[in-house]
Design a protein around this ligand. Structure first.
Ligand SMILES: *Cc1c(COP(=O)(O)O)cnc(C)c1O
Length: 418
C-alpha cells in the first residue's frame, strides 16, 4: 500500500488489508502461500545488491523487497510482521516458529557471557527454565524482583549486584502467568532512567502474551521490545505454534540478524495463518474478555471457589488496581482460581468438565482449563511455585468465544461435583 494512503488509516483497518498487494499476486484478495525456499535474482548484479541490502538497506521496505532465501525473509513473513507492527504501534515486528524461539533469540541477542539480566517473577515456566537452567551455563547471571518491590527496591537489587554494570536486559511479564500479578511499566521505565545516570543501559523487554496486541501496549509506556507466544491470542485458533517480537527498528534489526543464524523464523505456512489470524484478533479478544467478565463474576460467588485471580476483580483503590487502570485497556480473558480443597478436588473438578477442554495453552476460540502446579508451571522450583500462589488447588482458565451461559453451566456442574 502507498505510504500516503497508509497514513490515513488506523491499525484496526491496516491489520485487515495491509501487508499484501493484490496486484503482485494475480489480484488475489488474500495473500497466497509462497511455499518456496529461495528466490530468483534477475541478474548477478541484483543478487549482489540484495545481499548488500541485508546489512545496509536505507529502509525496512527496501530490505523486505530484497528477497534472497526463506530463512532470511519471505513474503508471508513480511505480511504478518507488517500487521503486527501496526497493531503494536511498533517500528517493526518479527515472527518466529514459537514463542520460546522469539524469547530465547531476543535474550541471546542482548545478553552475552559475563552479562546480567533482571527478571520479574513469576515468569512463564519455559522462560524461567531457560534463564535459570540454560542461560546461566553460558555465564549470564540473573536477579529477580516481583510486584511487591518498589522502584527503590529494584534499583537497590541491581546496583548491589557485582555485575550491575553488565545489566543488559530487564525482562518483565505482566499480567504474569498463571496468577495475573501485575508489574508497573512506569516503575520499570523509571528504573531504566535512573540506571542511565550510572552508565547502565539495559533493553526493557516485556512478555505481552496475555493482553497484546489489543489490550496492552508496553511500547507506548517506554519499553523497547515486547515478546509474544503468538500460539495464543495472535494465532487464536489452537492450530499453530508461533512467536513474535515487536519494537524499535534498530533492536529488531539485531534480533532478526540473530534469527537468521538460529534459523527460527516463522515458515510461509505459519506466517500465512498468522496473517489471517491478525484480521480477527481484536474481535476475538473483545468477545473473550466480555465472556471472561461473566465467568469471573460467577466463580467469585461460588461457595466451592476460594479465590479468583482476574484483573477485572481487583479492588478499587488497591496498588494493583492503580497499575491496571494505567496500563490495561481490559482485564482480558485469562483467570485462575483456587477450588476449596487441594489437588484431589482440583482434579475432580477438571475431570468433571464436559464442554471445557482440559489442556494447557490459552487464547484460543475454545475455552481451556488446566492445573498449573502439575502442568505448565511444574518445571518451576516448588518453593517458587508456592511463593507465587501456584498451589495444588489452583485452576487456570482461558476463556473462549462460546456462549457464556454454556460456559457458566459447565463450570457450575463441575464445581457442584465437589
Ligand atoms: C505459551 C507462552 C510462552 C511460550 O510460547 P510457545 O509458543 O509455547 O513457545 C511464553 N510466554 C507466555 C506468557 C506463554 O503463555
Amino acid at each position: 500500500m502507498k505510504k500516503e494512503l497508509e497514513d490515513q488509516f488506523s491499525a484496526e483497518t491496516l491489520s485487515i488489508i495491509g501487508g499484501h498487494d493484490p496486484s503482485k499476486a494475480l489480484n488475489s484478495i488474500k495473500p497466497p502461500i509462497f511455499q518456496t525456499s529461495t528466490f530468483k535474482f534477475n541478474t548477478a548484479e541484483e543478487g549482489k545488491a540484495f545481499f548488500n541490502k541485508q546489512v545496509d538497506a536505507s529502509s525496512l521496505e527496501e530490505r523486505n523487497n530484497s528477497l534472497i532465501y526463506t530463512r532470511l525473509n519471505h513474503p508471508n513473513l513480511v505480511a504478518a510482521e507488517y500487521r503486527l507492527a501496526k497493531l503494536d504501534g511498533a517500528e517493526d515486528s518479527a515472527f518466529f516458529e514459537s514463542g520460546m524461539a522469539a524469547i530465547t533469540t531476543s535474550i541471546l541477542t542482548f545478553c552475552k557471557a559475563g552479562d546480567l539480566i533482571a527478571l520479574s517473577s513469576p515468569l512463564y515456566g519455559g522462560t524461567d527454565k531457560f534463564v535459570k537452567g540454560i542461560l546461566t551455563t553460558y555465564d549470564v547471571q540473573y536477579l529477580e524482583f516481583d510486584s511487591s518491590h518498589s522502584k527503590e527496591d529494584i534499583l537497590q537489587k541491581i546496583l548491589d549486584h557485582p555485575r550491575a554494570q553488565q545489566l543488559k536486559m530487564i525482562y518483565v511479564e505482566t499480567p504474569a502467568n498463571p496468577t495475573l500479578s501485575l508489574i508497573d511499566f512506569d516503575t520499570v521505565v523509571k528504573v531504566k532512567t535512573e540506571l542511565a545516570n550510572e552508565g547502565i543501559a539495559p533493553v526493557l523487554a516485556a512478555d505481552n502474551t496475555y493482553l497484546g496486541p489489543i489490550f496492552q501496549h508496553p511500547l507506548a509506556h517506554g519499553f523497547d521490545i515486547i515478546h509474544y507466544s503468538a500460539t495464543k491470542y495472535i494465532g487464536g485458533h489452537s492450530d499453530l505454534i508461533a512467536g513474535a517480537c515487536s519494537g524499535k527498528m534498530d533492536l529488531l534489526e539485531e534480533i532478526k540478524k540473530m534469527r537468521t543464524y538460529l534459523g527460527c523464523m516463522a515458515s510461509p505456512h505459519t506466517s500465512w495463518l498468522l496473517t489471517r489470524s491478525l484480521e480477527t484478533v481484536g474481535l476475538r479478544m473483545e468477545k473473550q474478555a466480555s465472556n471472561a467478565k461473566q465467568v469471573a463474576e460467577f466463580l467469585n460467588h461460588h461457595p466451592k471457589v476460594n479465590k479468583v485471580y482476574f484483573t477485572g476483580l481487583l479492588k478499587e483503590g488497591s496498588h494493583s488496581h492503580e497499575i491496571f487502570k494505567k496500563q490495561q485497556k481490559s482485564a482480558g480473558a485469562m483467570m485462575a482460581f483456587d477450588v476449596v480443597g487441594g489437588e484431589k478436588e482440583a482434579f475432580t473438578f477438571l475431570n468433571s468438565l464436559q464442554l471445557i477442554h482440559l489442556a494447557i495453552s490459552l487464547g484460543s476460540t475454545e475455552t481451556l482449563a488446566s492445573h498449573p502446579y502439575t502442568m505448565s508451571s511444574s518445571n518451576m522450583a516448588e518453593a517458587d511455585r508456592l511463593k507465587n500462589h501456584i498451589t495444588p488447588s489452583l485452576i487456570r482458565i482461558s476463556v473462549g468465544i462460546e456462549n457464556p451461559e454454556d460456559l457458566i453451566k459447565d463450570l457450575g456442574q463441575a464445581l457442584d461435583s465437589l
